[in-house]
Design a protein. Structure first.
Length: 351
């Protein structure tokens, strides 16, 4: 169901959601496979996700070069809206936005026209831009559509962003959330501290740290501010890891919410280690994430949601030994896998 206003959007995000980063389904000829792209969208809604993110790294930034940005966003939005028309519930549609200010604003306008609720703004490619200009860039996008800030890890194109940047970003009224994905504990703390110092209780914090999902979600961050101690939590996740085994991700977040406010069971650390190990195989951490997107595709291919692991770039493939690593974690952590859930519904999703 659509959000009537930004307050409703904020409330949904602050409640904590599983937001998968939507992959791109391709045919053997590397054209958009609309049937399987729709199946993916149906899977995420059926799994209980609180939204989707489209046009992001997992969708492949190269969709822009192939003229697929608007078609892919439109297809994802239409698919979600059709499913939700039958069983309506709150569901956020997040559009990935990239490029210099002119391009980013244009993409934000496209996303708004297609019914997206907010934009996740990537600053990859802005490595030499001064901090104050970066904030102005973000403000220009927020003038078009509610903004989700994004701390992207340097290994896949991000840049270090100081506490001062996040503190300045917090002054933008249209900021609704931040995806924290530097894969760095120090940098993660910079973001949490900046938002707490700014007093922005209306800005939701989401983990994008695929290597530390559970720890991010169970940690109460206590920050000493000028107003006194403040506790903030990372309430949900916007993750490429949650593009697979999404039903289990939803159950995990439900468990986290139930566990908040009680003594932390050490078993949470065991769950954290299992998910990080699985992510290392799928995201190809051994090879600096070179096989990240094919790894996600491989899980979805095994489940029948995708036909292949192809990406738009023929050189982007599974790394040596990655298949064996994926085999290992699938065998070792059956509690993470939602194969049964998918198999029971796959024919309907592919219809």
């Amino acid at each position: 169901m659509p959000f009537d206003d930004i307050a409703a959007l904020r409330a949904h995000l602050l409640a904590g959601q599983v937001i998968p980063a939507h992959p791109l389904a391709l045919t053997a000829a590397r054209t958009l496979d609309e049937r399987r792209q729709r199946a993916l969208g149906r899977y995420y809604v059926a799994a209980g996700a609180g939204g989707i993110a489209v046009g992001v790294h997992t969708t492949q930034f190269a969709i822009r070069e192939h003229g697929l940005y608007e078609p892919v966003l439109a297809l994802a939005a239409e698919t979600a809206d059709r499913v939700l028309a039958d069983t309506p519930f709150a569901f956020v549609k997040v559009a990935g936005v990239v490029g210099k200010t002119r391009q980013a604003v244009r993409e934000a306008e496209t996303a708004r026209r297609l019914g997206y609720d907010c934009a996740l703004l990537s600053l990859a490619g802005a490595k030499d831009v001064k901090e104050e200009l970066l904030v102005s860039h973000c403000r220009a996008v927020a003038d078009v559509i509610p903004l989700v800030g994004f701390y992207l890890q340097p290994a896949v194109g991000g840049r270090p962003l100081a506490y001062s940047f996040w503190r300045a970003l917090a002054e933008i009224p249209g900021l609704v959330a931040i995806k924290i994905a530097p894969f760095d504990r120090y940098a993660t703390l910079d973001v949490v501290r900046a938002i707490a110092d700014a007093g922005r209780d209306d800005v939701a914090l989401y983990t994008g740290n695929d290597d530390s999902i559970v720890v991010d979600l169970v940690t109460p961050f206590r920050v000493a501010t000028s107003r006194g101690p403040v506790e903030r939590r990372i309430v949900g996740g916007l993750l490429g890891q949650w593009a697979v085994w999404t039903r289990r991700a939803v159950q995990l977040l439900e468990d986290v919410k139930l566990a908040r406010g009680v003594a932390l069971d050490p078993m949470w650390l065991t769950r954290a280690a299992a998910l990080t190990d699985a992510n290392g195989a799928i995201f190809d951490a051994r090879h600096r994430f070179a096989g990240c997107i094919p790894g996600i595709h491989e899980i979805l291919r095994r489940q029948g949601l995708l036909e292949n692991v192809l990406t738009l770039d023929p050189a982007e493939t599974l790394s040596p030994g990655q298949l064996e690593e994926i085999d290992r974690v699938c065998r070792g952590y059956p509690e993470l896998v939602d194969d049964d859930f998918v198999q029971e519904r796959l024919d309907d999703w592919l219809a």
